[in-house]
Design a protein around this ligand. Structure first.
Ligand code: PEP
Ligand code: MN
Length: 338
């Protein structure tokens, strides 16, 4: 349920409505927009007297929110959300580029890539230290050493950093070293992990599950937000379809649907969506046109010898050319590189 408040009510009047709701045992979520102030109610609605709220002189109208996700819902928060990640930003007006290798392979490799992606305008360095691989015999990541290298690269370049977390233990470690946590596609509905990242105050990139509907994805975001962490960005990274020419099928319509249903920022990852480096640039352009707030692009110093995801990784020259070609599209979308 949401309360649309009357224009020009005082803070005291707003406070008294909030108090009445919280006294009944529900939580409130206040969104003060340019046009209206909205109070979202989270909890057991049967505990509250709706007629009394409707009669309250500070309340313009009471609306039911039928979707099961509330905090992630645009009805709760009509203006788009943005948040800082270290010294960069994800949200309206900017295009945030997160780039780096699929996996952190060594300190030297990461530093070389960090310098290269920074030079092209990326502001967040990505790199997996815990890799959820399909085969248990594939490279699993450098774990805490990888996180340390991320921290070193961040100190040297000033880039913010993002790492995937695959367990509660990884959350605890990553928290010490990086600036943003990534929940990968395979863990989108790992509810215990979502609750763990929800307990932190660190920005989270929540990737879409391989076969997840948009509704399931938004409910996964709600798990994180319900824990008190509202800094969530959603990442479309392709879904499984019958098509085998690409690794996954990039669902760009999801960007448009999300922009209608949620205030959370949306990032598009054309690298994992296609698995083919040649398709990264055209789909990045399309993502910008659809309203994406950022891009995740895998870059490697030597893709042919990458320990994971080489075929979709761009080398430095290719990344330079992609970023150069994307710049006019970013301006056309009325955004600036973060
Ligand atoms: C990744 O970003 O390296 C990754 C494994 O992505 P996804 O969870 O989307 O497969
Ligand atoms: Mn990868």
């Amino acid at each position: 349920m949401i309360l649309v408040m009357k224009n020009n009510i005082s803070d005291a009047e707003l406070g008294s409505v909030v108090q009445e709701i919280e006294n009944a045992g529900l939580h409130t979520h206040i969104s003060k927009g340019e046009e209206v102030t909205i109070v979202g109610l989270v909890g057991d609605k049967s505990k509250i007297d709706v007629t009394s709220l409707e009669a309250n002189p500070s309340v313009e109208k009471v609306l039911q929110v039928t979707e099961s996700y509330k905090l992630a819902n645009k009805k709760f928060h009509p203006d788009p959300t943005g948040f800082a990640v270290k010294n960069t930003y994800i949200g309206p007006g900017t295009m945030t580029v997160m780039s780096g290798p699929c996996a952190v392979e060594s300190e030297e490799q990461l530093l070389t890539i960090a310098r290269a992606v920074k030079a092209e305008g990326a502001t967040i360095l990505r790199g997996g230290a815990y890799k959820p691989r399909t085969s248990p015999y594939s490279f699993q990541g450098l774990e805490e050493d990888g996180l340390r290298y991320m921290q070193t690269a961040s100190k040297e370049t000033g880039l913010a950093t993002i790492c995937e977390v695959t367990s509660a233990h990884a959350v605890e470690s990553a928290y010490k070293y990086v600036d943003m946590l990534q929940v990968g596609a395979r863990n989108m509905q790992n509810f215990e992990l979502l609750k763990e990242v929800g307990k932190t105050n660190m920005p989270v990139l929540l990737k879409r599950g391989l076969c997840a509907t948009i509704d399931e994805w938004l409910n996964a975001a709600e798990y994180i937000m319900a824990g008190g962490n509202e800094k969530v960005a959603l990442c479309e990274r392709g879904i499984r379809t019958y098509e085998t020419s690409t690794r996954n099928t990039l669902d760009l319509s999801a960007v448009c649907v999300l922009k209608e249903r949620t205030h959370l920022p949306v990032i598009v990852d054309p690298s994992h969506a296609t698995g083919v480096r040649a398709y990264v640039e055209p789909l990045a352009k399309a993502a910008i046109a659809c309203g994406a707030d950022g891009l995740m692009i895998e870059v490697h110093n030597d893709p042919a010898h990458a320990l994971s995801d080489g075929p979709q990784s761009l080398d430095f020259d290719q990344f330079h050319s992609v970023m150069t070609d994307l710049k006019p599209y970013i301006s056309l979308a009325n955004r600036t590189l973060a």
